[in-house]
Ligand binder design. Structure first.
Ligand code: XMP
Length: 525
């Protein structure tokens, strides 16, 4: 609901999780607006915070986390006047450190070497008295990701939570001024408060009224896209993934002939993907053209390097060239992308605010000389799945696991991609999915990934030595892919996967990977 005025202002201080604060608020039924204070002005993120507050009169302010230290020369600058506006403020992570620092310059403990990220057990002192922690118990499993911390609450503030051993001050508040702060991240799903903390803040402390309804989203996406497109002609690349297919389904009835949907067969698709996408799009009445003449070019260009970022860059380059060709063929003026908030955040894209670049996404900030429309740029994966359901897209589509645009090219690791290796991972991916389905766990897993590791190791097959590759099977659970946890498979499933995959003459070992994100990412590259 970007078009509505918002009661809640989120000031983005460079956190990977800023959009998640917004998403969690939407989940709770509240619209909010993000302003990035570190440059990159957009219509929705004007640089002047105070001007925006004066014009829009929000009921409260949330300060996001961020990777800076308050001691950094280039730390995000928040105008201190926000402290005197009489608005309740919730500082999260860096936001808490900033709140402490502006009240007492000695209150910040600078950590020079190791940062703390991962789960923390929080001891809440104020669950009976603090409005922020109302309806929570005395212990909370939370997620933290920070370097510096607050040594002591500045004058006027009282401590309301610490880490279990008491080493880290995890929350503080100044009830008179309505300033609240938490060192951990209440917005992420790993903090097991079921969004109670954010809800306590916006509803009970700030008196915000629910103003966001999921059903409004489809109409708003259509209206905004129609406006952005005008009389133009738009192309949309449909990958068969949830995002682009849902978007094409949403827009087809409203844009009609102004929208040209096509699919590029990159050679890195899952087994039977093209046929499956044709079927799905036919049912959704999307008029789809499949273009497969560029497969060889993708393999050739990406196969020139084994470096993860160079491979992504090569994919992106060929993808861009192909898109340009296709756009020219249709005489297109615009390109519509199913890019999500997650993609923008991890690409460190200007459109996502101030977050750091993690990896290059093939379709973010792609310059084709066309005007770009990204109707899903504020949404997360699970929200798009909800849209697909609202839109009556069939359940198979909404329940499908996501698949990255560069596809199996990201799953041949440490060795140049060839058509043969792509075929090995394609078949292995299919076999693993079949096994997971047979054991009834496929639907519980957010994503299963099979990658080929190009490090030779010794095996023995049929009494002969084989110096071959390994496959790694990664199964994870998550809601939004900003953070993931390993989904541990039972020994019986692992055994079946191993015995199936090593049947290939060149595969000698199978590994399993259940590393969380962070520190790993979901994909290997
Ligand atoms: P990471 O590896 O960034 O993945 O933790 C998060 C989710 O995004 C998918 N992914 C991509 N999707 N283009 C896409 O369309 C990409 O370049 C890309 N890279 C990762 C990944 O499969 C996971 O679902």
């Amino acid at each position: 609901m970007q078009n509505k005025p918002a009661q809640i202002l989120i000031i983005d201080l460079g956190s990977q999780y800023t959009q998640i604060i917004r998403r969690s608020l939407r989940y709770l039924g509240f619209h909010s607006v993000i302003i990035s204070d570190v440059g990159r002005p957009t219509i929705e993120r004007p640089t002047s915070i105070l001007k925006w507050v004066e014009e829009n009169k929000p009921k409260c302010i949330i300060l996001s986390g961020g990777s800076a230290s308050v001691y950094d020369a280039d730390a995000p600058k928040i105008p201190e006047e926000i402290l005197t506006l009489g608005l309740p403020i919730l500082g999260i992570c860096y936001g808490m450190q900033w709140l402490a620092y502006v009240h007492d310059k000695n209150s910040i403990q600078k950590i020079l070497e190791s940062k703390s990220y991962g789960p923390v057990e929080i001891k809440i002192y104020g669950s009976q008295t603090s409005l922020l922690f109302r309806n929570l118990g005395e212990k909370l499993k939370a997620w933290s990701s920070h370097g510096d911390s607050v040594k002591y609450p500045p004058s006027g503030f009282s401590a309301t939570a610490t880490s279990q051993g008491g080493a880290v001050l995890e929350a503080m508040e100044n009830v008179t001024k309505n300033f609240y702060a938490v060192q951990f991240h209440p917005e992420v799903e790993q903090t097991e408060d079921k969004n109670i903390i954010l809800n306590n803040f916006v509803s009970n402390i700030c008196g915000c009224k629910q103003d966001y309804d999921k059903k409004d989203v489809i109409e708003e996406i259509r209206e905004n896209t129609r406006k952005a497109l005008g009389d133009g002609t738009a192309i949309i690349g449909v990958s068969g993934g949830v995002d682009s297919t849902t978007l094409a389904s949403i827009l087809t009835p409203t844009l009609g002939d102004q929208l040209k949907a096509f699919m590029i067969d990159t050679g890195g698709m899952r087994k039977d993907e093209v046929e499956r996408v044709k079927e799905i799009t036919q049912k959704a009445e999307i008029n789809l053209e499949v273009i497969d003449k560029y497969k060889e070019k993708f393999i050739q260009e990406i196969g020139k390097t084994i470096d993860a970022e160079e491979k992504r860059a090569a994919f992106r380059k060929v993808y861009g060239e192909v898109f340009k060709d296709v756009a020219k063929g249709y005489g297109a003026t615009h390109m519509i992308q199913g890019t999500l908030a997650t993609d923008l955040i991890e690409s460190g894209s200007g459109s996502a605010g101030a977050s750091a670049m993690i990896k290059t996404h093939h379709n973010v900030d792609l310059d084709l000389g066309l005007k770009e429309i990204m109707p899903l740029q504020d949404y997360f994966k699970f929200e798009v799945r909800e849209m697909a359901r609202l839109f009556n897209l069939n359940e198979i589509l909404t329940a499908r696991q996501p698949f990255p645009g560069p596809g199996l090219y990201l799953r041949v690791v440490g060795v140049p991609v060839t058509a043969e290796l792509l075929e090995i991972v394609r078949e292995a991916d299919h076999r693993v999915a079949e096994i997971l389905k047979k054991h009834g766990v496929y639907d519980k897993i957010a994503q299963s990934i099979v990658a080929l590791l190009g490090v030779n190791s010794v095996g023995v097959k049929g009494d002969g030595r084989v110096y071959g590759y390994s496959l790694v099977v990664r199964t994870v659970e998550t809601v939004d892919f900003m953070t993931v946890k390993g989904f541990y498979l039972s020994p019986a499933i692992c055994e079946e996967i191993i015995s199936t995959l090593v049947k290939h003459p060149k595969i000698v070992r199978v590994f399993f990977d259940w590393t969380s994100k962070p520190p790993a990412t979901t994909e290997f590259e």
